[in-house]
Write a protein that binds this ligand. Structure first.
Ligand code: ADP
Ligand code: MG
Length: 696
């Protein structure tokens, strides 16, 4: 059963609807509504429940409800402005109605003893609960007033476009519902136990009184789930298609059984964990076929991703090709450089370096070596992906700490080193564990590997939260640690995004600590220092020449100093959970027991308290990610909020995670059995402009 897309008549243009002239059309366009079909997918933001009356005795601030009672009396008060006050009670309690704009006849109609029914939001007033400007109707007490039989939808509106007129237009669109094509085949719907599209849309727009508003709020309504399913599916299809496009290109087959791989491995002071080995096997399988690898490796901080990346690079080198490793900061890239040199130089392999802070002449020389193929392993920052860099034979790109790059960036990076239909393999490493279902959605274009095991011999970091008024005790603790020969990080944070302020705070703290701890060797790194200076300080700390490193959150990711076993984080309550976890991952890398002190400024807010509690209770990155997702939502966790990626109209990644595996299965089925349905679904939910992978 396939349907020819071309033959679909659609539901027509807005101008065909009653009451739509050029002006209204313009307003609708402001809401992104250009076709009749769009109106059907313009779903209510929320619903008002006027199907039942709430007793006044149970009213609370902020409730939006229908109430009914008897008018005790109405009065006009002259305070700052002329106000109509109407006192109403229903035997269980009372409420005050307040109007600032009113006519005399309105006041006269509010006769004592008459019944009144009002709909509005309850507010705590100066002396009692109130409703300000509620919708209301006065009637005789013996009159029966019927209640609504359906929930009342509230649509996202725009200025000058009333709910009523929007609702009337949607009614007209609903009249044409029969012409709407349901792109989900019956069998998929049945397996998922979901209603058809028409029924689902009708229920969302015009839910009858039997529909539970609580189910709607909590996302348990079947109609809503059906639409969320379809939206997630469209998203999955879009990424899936991007993936297919890339996979249809070719890539070099790399060599996974050369002599260098075991040579490096034997020289390591440790053996790989089972998880590292498993991930390497997955990578080896990917690069043994002439299609590009697209693999995301998730591994908690300290799980040992670097050595996995290094072994993967050797697969390219053994095949006589180039490999590039990119990290988001100079410090991190520099650290990789150091590790790679330690591992590779004994084999006579040169590791090249490219960064934005290199002198122009040096850079030119390096570019020449990269272009000629003389340099085979190149480590660097974003500088690697500038136009002037051209690789002679790039076969593998490793991107470390990928959570800072979005989907689109990821795709554009693929273009580097591609020739015609030939692109490099890609390995992406992230230390931000993302709950599996979220990863399956956000990275549906990638294969997932997880390093779910830490190297042996690590003792979990002990974490405590301490109010900042006990700072002196914390400073003592630092002194004590340093005299024992341990090394300490002191992390300064500020809520301001201004880097300048953060750096200033770090400078001030470093000076204060130097005064308080004259016997301790203190270094300072922050984002505004020249990278050579930063490097110098970091190196000194690594070499053990400094005891205490005061830093801004620049040390958040990746920095590896195994002898550091105490970390102090100032203003910890202001940082996100993942960031705290990343920071804490800087300690606990050696064999000494490590601790982390979270200093906070009381009183703690609800979220701050939950974050600090979570940090104290677990060191498991996946558990932290799960809690973080609950506290902040998917957009923040994925770091895509600013870029506008992963914004759903009806689906909610947190709420709907349980359906993700089924969505994924449906996506595969659709691509195989109903390829004609793919494009219409993507267009319906993502529009043409926002599709992923248009570059692919
Ligand atoms: P991350 O996954 O956070 O990037 P790294 O690659 O920096 O972690 O590794 C953290 C530390 O653990 C490094 O000092 C590294 O040499 C060490 N390491 C990596 N793998 C193992 C292993 N299998 N056994 C012991 N130590 C290891
Ligand atoms: Mg790392």
């Amino acid at each position: 059963m396939t349907t020819d897309v071309q033959e679909q008549p659609g539901l027509g243009s807005l101008r065909e609807l009653r009451g739509v002239g050029p002006k209204l059309q313009e307003k609708l366009e402001r809401l992104g509504l250009t076709r009749v079909e769009d109106l059907l997918f313009h779903l209510p933001l929320r619903y008002q429940d006027r199907t039942r009356i709430t007793p006044m005795g149970s009213l609370q601030h902020d409730m939006e409800v229908l109430v009914e009672g008897t008018i005790d009396y109405a009065e006009i008060a002259f305070r700052r402005r002329r106000t109509l006050l109407c006192h109403v009670s229903d035997g269980t309690g009372s409420i005050l109605l307040r109007f600032f704009h009113f006519s005399n006849s309105q006041k006269l109609a509010m006769e004592r003893g008459r019944s009144i029914r009002c709909y509005g939001v309850v507010r705590r007033g100066p002396s009692s609960l109130e409703m300000v400007h509620p919708e209301y109707r006065v009637f005789k007490e013996d009159q029966e007033e019927p209640l609504d039989t359906a929930l009342h939808p509230v649509y996202p509106a725009t200025e000058g476009l009333q709910q009523k007129s929007l609702s009337r237009l949607i009614d007209q669109a609903i009249d044409r519902l029969d012409r709407l094509q349901d792109w989900l085949p019956e069998e998929i719907l049945q397996d998922a136990g979901l209603p058809g599209l028409k029924d689902a849309l009708l229920e969302m727009h015009r839910p009858d009184a039997s529909v539970s508003i609580i189910d709607l709020v909590e996302g348990r309504n079947r109609a809503q789930q059906r639409l969320a399913f379809e939206e997630l599916l469209a998203h999955q299809l879009s990424l899936g298609r991007a993936r297919l496009r890339v996979r249809s290109l070719s890539a070099d087959v790399l060599k996974t059984e050369g002599a260098m791989i075991p040579a490096v491995r034997q020289a390591l002071p440790f053996s790989l964990t089972a998880a590292q080995q498993r991930v390497l096997d997955e990578i080896a399988r990917d690069v043994s076929v002439p299609a590009p690898m697209l693999r995301l490796v998730q591994g908690d901080v300290g799980s040992g991703k670097t050595v996995v990346a290094a072994q993967a690079c050797l697969m390219a080198i053994e095949a006589g090709r180039q490999a590039a490793v990119m990290a988001p900061t100079e410090i991190l890239a520099g650290q990789h450089l150091e590790k790679f040199r330690e591992w590779f130089e004994p084999l006579g392999l040169e590791v090249a370096w490219l960064s934005g802070s290199m002198k122009a002449a040096e850079r030119r020389e390096m570019n020449a070596r990269i272009a000629s193929g003389e340099a085979s392993i190149i480590i660097g920052t974003h500088a690697l992906f500038q136009d002037e860099v051209s690789f002679s034979d790039l076969a593998l790109v490793v991107i470390d700490e990928q959570h800072r790059f979005g989907v689109h960036q990821r795709m554009s990076l693929r273009d580097k080193g591609r020739s015609d239909k030939h692109i490099p393999h890609q390995l992406i490493m992230t230390a931000t564990p993302i709950p599996r279902t979220l990863a399956m959605t956000a990275y549906a274009d990638l294969d997932l590997s997880i390093i779910d095991e830490l190297p042996p011999g690590r003792t979990p970091v002990k974490t405590v939260a301490i109010a900042d008024k006990r700072r002196a005790e914390v400073v003592d603790r630092v002194r004590h640690a340093c005299t024992e020969g341990r090394q300490v990080y002191w992390v300064c944070t500020l809520i301001e995004e201004s880097e300048a302020l953060q750096c200033e705070a770090a400078e001030v703290t470093a000076t204060q600590l130097a005064d308080a701890l004259p016997e301790v060797g203190i270094g300072l790194v922050h984002g505004r220092m020249k990278s050579a200076d930063k490097e110098h300080v970091m190196q000194a700390f690594k070499n053990g020449e400094l005891d205490l490193l005061v830093a801004t959150t620049v040390i958040e990711v990746g920095v590896d100093v195994p002898n550091a076993s105490l970390m102090i984080i100032e203003n910890a309550e202001r940082l996100g959970l993942s960031q705290l976890h990343q920071l804490r991952g800087r300690v606990g890398r050696g064999s000494t027991e490590s601790s982390c002190v979270l200093m906070y400024h009381p009183p703690l807010g609800e979220n701050g308290r939950r974050r600090l509690t979570a940090m104290r209770e677990t060191t498991d990155g996946f558990e932290i990610a799960r809690i973080d997702l609950e506290l902040r939502g998917p957009g923040e966790v994925l770091g895509t909020r600013q870029t506008g990626e992963m914004q759903f109209r009806i689906a909610d990644l947190l709420r709907d995670q349980a359906m993700v595996p089924e969505v994924q299965q449906a996506a595969r089925r659709l691509m195989e059995q109903y390829p004609d349905h793919v494009q219409p679904l993507i267009t319906r939910w993502l529009g043409r402009a926002q599709e992923y992978g248009s570059i692919g």
